[in-house]
Design a protein around this ligand. Structure first.
Ligand code: SF4
Ligand code: SF4
Length: 447
């Protein structure tokens, strides 16, 4: 079925929603079973902020029955794209395949109609100009690192100087973790330790590489100790999630093409340790179909690449992990990153790996699959809702009594660590690979 004929905006020859397969709207039978899983509905109780409501709004705009007013746009912008609704939906609605292309089209319409985006400077200089480039982000973080060492950041906070910054920069300052020494750069190849079982590549990304290079090292060591030769191509770039999820289709395609040519063919898998990047890379095929329609060869090239992507826990669970021996005596709880549990359906594998670690006590976290409010750059652009969801996550974490929160996604780690810091709670946030690495290296009694 195709979309009904509609009156088009007189100043714009394109109808919003035209890149969406209309059947996907019709998959929704309006049962409402997704509403209890939707963080923004849970917080507001407003049907327009629920999956069902948003599908209705997008379909009505696509049909030409509803104008994309600021109010309608507000309901759609408030969506975290966490895809919790996909996990809850019994009809198999692919919500991400609706909201993501819809956002791309809205952004393209803004450009065509010469509308100034409300976050123009922030998008241009920070979101698009800095975050997707690990080197630029590292450079920008250097003064922050010096300020942290000298205690100037705390002084600026005390004197209220940071309140003079624009709101989004204030939020960035708040999210900034205690920056760890970067250590040496990863080489291009790390050999397998013990009998070789696989040859893999490690995807390093942008913000994750700039802020959590030590997690990449931990991941590489865990892979080596599991018999993997690890290749780290220097020409790889940002996964494109920052651009794609904010509607900038053309640069997103460019990043994807660069990544496709950066990784060699003779690999068993391309390993990702950041849930958001893994989900984006696995979605390259869909992205190409939406952004470059009518190019079947390109679609199969993108789909082939997407098929080679594995989250590190998914890969190790399939490979059969070598059990680590070192005792790590920690009381911890595991937060399910939306882009791991909802988008990639990976729930058990990280827990299975963590359960191999001697001494680690893993306490279940209530509402573990409800978004923490990070959602890519959402906590910078939708501050109020991000704070409400952050507070909700905080209360659930505190109820466990855990001393460590385990997160497999950079955005969640930054968001949750900031909330814990703000509340003065002495709870560390670690990646599952940091805990495994610690155990492989001898645990509490090791290095
Ligand atoms: S998205 Fe799925 S669960 Fe939600 S109303 Fe539609 S069919 Fe029901
Ligand atoms: S993606 Fe998340 S926030 Fe958006 S409608 Fe679905 S559950 Fe709600």
């Amino acid at each position: 079925m195709t979309a009904p004929a509609t009156d088009k905006t007189p100043s714009d020859p394109h109808q919003l929603g035209e890149s969406i397969n209309y059947e996907r709207f019709l998959d929704c039978v309006h049962c409402g079973l997704c509403t209890a899983a939707c963080p923004t509905y849970l917080e507001t109780g407003d049907e327009n902020n629920s999956p069902r409501g948003r599908i209705y709004l997008m379909r009505a705009v696509t049909d030409g029955r509803l104008e994309l007013t600021d109010k309608v746009r507000g309901h759609l912008d408030l969506c975290l794209d966490c895809r919790s609704c996909e996990s809850a939906c019994p009809s198999g609605v692919q919500y991400g395949r609706l909201i993501e292309p819809f956002r791309v089209e809205v952004q393209q319409q803004d450009v065509r109609l010469g509308r100034r985006a409300p976050d123009g400077w922030f998008q241009r200089w920070i979101l698009y100009g800095m975050f997707p480039y690990a080197g630029r982000t590292r450079l920008a973080l250097f003064p922050a690192k010096i300020a942290q060492v000298l205690g100037l950041d705390r002084l600026a906070d005390k004197l209220g100087l940071t309140k003079l910054l624009p709101e989004k920069l204030q939020r960035m300052h708040r999210l900034l973790p205690k920056l760890q020494p970067r250590g040496p750069s990863l080489p291009e190849v790390l050999p397998a330790i013990g009998p070789k079982r696989a040859k893999v590549a490690l995807f390093t990304g942008c913000v994750a590489d700039a802020m959590f290079h030590h997690v990449h090292w931990a991941t590489a060591r865990v892979l080596q100790l599991n018999g993997c030769e690890v290749v780290i191509p220097k020409s790889q770039v940002c996964c494109a999630a920052i651009h794609y999820h904010s509607g900038a289709g053309a640069p997103a395609m460019q990043f994807a093409k660069s990544n496709i040519s950066a990784f060699p063919d003779d690999l068993d898998a391309i390993i990702v340790n950041v849930a958001g990047c893994g989900s984006m890379l696995k979605d390259y095929g869909h992205m190409a179909e939406e952004l470059a329609p009518g190019q079947p060869e390109l679609h199969s090239q993108f789909n082939r690449f997407a098929g080679r992507i594995k989250d590190v826990s998914e890969f190790l669970a399939e490979l059969g992990p070598i059990a680590p021996k070192g005792e790590v005596r920690l009381k911890a709880t595991y937060h399910d990153a939306c882009h791991l549990c909802h988008a990639q359906k990976i729930r058990e594998q990280p827990r299975q790996l963590l359960n191999l670690v001697p001494g680690l006590e893993l306490i279940p976290l209530a509402e573990s699959e409800i978004c923490c409010g990070a959602a890519g750059s959402y906590n910078l652009t939708q501050g109020e809702m991000a704070d409400r969801l952050g507070e909700r996550k905080l209360q659930n974490i505190l109820a466990t009594g855990a001393k460590v929160l385990i997160s497999a996604n950079t955005g969640c780690t930054l968001q949750i660590a900031a909330i814990l810091r703000d509340g003065g709670h002495d709870i560390q946030v670690l990646h599952p690979m940091e805990i495994l690495d610690r155990s492989y290296r001898g645990g509490d009694s090791g290095k």
